[in-house]
Write a protein that binds this ligand. Sequence first.
Ligand code: DX5
Ligand code: ZN
Length: 219
Amino acid sequence: MSTKLIAPSVLAADFANLQRDIEMVNKSEADWFHIDIMDGVFVPNISFGMPVLDAINRHAKKTIDVHLMIVDPDRYIKTFASLGADVLTVHYEACTHLHRTLQAIKAEGMKAGVALNPHTNVALLKDIIQDIDLVCIMSVNPGFGGQSFIKNTYSKIRELKAIIKERNASTLIEIDGGVTSKNAKQLVDEGADVLVAGSFVFRSDNPTSTIAELKNIVG
Ligand code: DX5
Ligand code: ZN
């Protein structure tokens, strides 16, 4: 069985039919729900907030992976724990005291993730990699779904994988942005563990079979 995970991004779901789309993911071969929270400050877009996550959590039957694209995420760690987040990912670029933030996430019983913008070098995580459960390499500029994949992601995965090995860490590598059936294989071959896919899944004619297709490619 594949240990590679597929995480559909709810940002691309039909919000007028959110329960339908959540149930579709529940019944599919997807592994996680990926939830994008944007504050209009850290990124130039506002997605959705607590009431929507609360509604998702009432129906979702799989791991809830929350990606915070917000400034000062420390303020909301307890809130996201209470809303059902299993993995809480903060941006490296938004955290002055990253080590403290990661400890606070874990203290609430969640897995702690760190996301890197496309321009941020993975080597910056060397001294903290053992404290990170998941690194989310952004393969687009955060803020919007449906953008094209940035190709230097492949070398970032290789470099990060080497750091994880060298430091004997068990950190998962997640790729977020522009993931399709065209790049999925190479991403896992380079060392990715979790692939987030938004528009490729929800804009397809049959999202359930698109998830199965991705799962088959990475399996
Ligand atoms: C972008 C978000 C992504 C987005 C991915 O800021 O973090 O999770 O939903 O969407 P696609 O797969 O359409 O690039
Ligand atoms: Zn995301």
